[in-house]
Ligand binder design. Sequence first.
Ligand code: SOE
Length: 406
Amino acid sequence: MSEPKRLRVGMVGYAFMGAAHSHAWRTAPRFFDLPLVPELTAVAGRNPDGVRAAATKYGWDSVETDWRRLIERDDIDLIDICTPGNTHAEIAIAALEAGKHVLCEKPLANSVEEAEKMTTVAQAAAERGVLSMCGFSYRRTPALALAKRMVEEGRLGDIRHVRAQYLQDWLSDADAPLTWRLDKSKSGSGSLGDIGAHSIDAAQWITGSTITGVSALLETFVKERPVGGDFVGLGGRGGSDAPKGPVTVDDAALFTARFAGKHDDGAAAGTDSGAVAGPIGIFEATRFALGRKNAMRLELNGTKGSLAFDFEDMNSLQFYDSALEPDAGFRKIIVTEPSHPYTGNWWPTGHGLGYEHGFTHQVVDLVNAIGAGEQPSPSFADALQVQKVLAAVEASAGNASRWQNV
Ligand code: SOE
């Protein structure tokens, strides 16, 4: 029997996302049959002690202290980018031009201009069989994948309302330290790009319709924070005596949106003037919603029914079917049946999955696409569309919430 083909991975960055991705690369081939077997070949990071410790902890075979060296290595087939947004474009473009497949964390970049360059390079690379994907991992939550399937099956009819909230509270403490996520030059934006981007991607993906315009508000509640301090997970405390530096991103983002309509044959209408009007949406992203830890919520109301999801109860999906139960409320679908997306490869019915499984499924979908020589989804072009919405939100908020076309 011939040896299975390998996919030798080089990962850049090893913090929260690096840990999640390492786990996914390791686990995916153990639960799913893949056309290529991922190998954790090398991890790169600037701090020699830090990167060595991460390699040992997460199971990488070797280390580099410069991501460029990772790209030069001919024993690496794919570069996995888990660094802050300001580095994505340079690393992804260099990797694709060197013939390496790329998985890039979200949001794709820190500006539309960068995202456009990345997309152009990605499209040229795809013609040479070099593939790329952006890591909007929530697409791989079984309940959200089931929601998409149900919308595609027409179970909701035409979607009228999209209600998307992403609520966390880890920045509510004014003494939480000034990390890179609060520095616009590194993160691009705050709650908007960090968590709002997930909601935008999920809403566009599930409805199959793109956002065409927005009216937005951004707010920064805590304008200065302690520099340095202990960084534990996302939060940590800097201590009230530490010197302070400016927060240059939004703490909360709100916007209303219009989605593109559809023609009678289902084809997207370029604007909301299609034969079937597109949904209207309301989005909220904040890291100041005390008590909400990772409440990535999405509710869709259509002409036939509604769906509601909350990541804090991630193994279930609420469904209201107006034909079946006109007088009753929502029913809870426990999304752990073998017939549900991704779940059949895991535990018996009812045993449930966690946050990390989204990343494992992301690797599964990516490796299957690479094996088949097909464009993985979401492509850089899909992620560029999200980037355009982020930019439109910032433009509207900076212009007294005036309507801004995407
Ligand atoms: C931090 O707010 C964060 O880790 C995001 O960056 C992730 O994308 C999201 O999955 C959870 O929250």
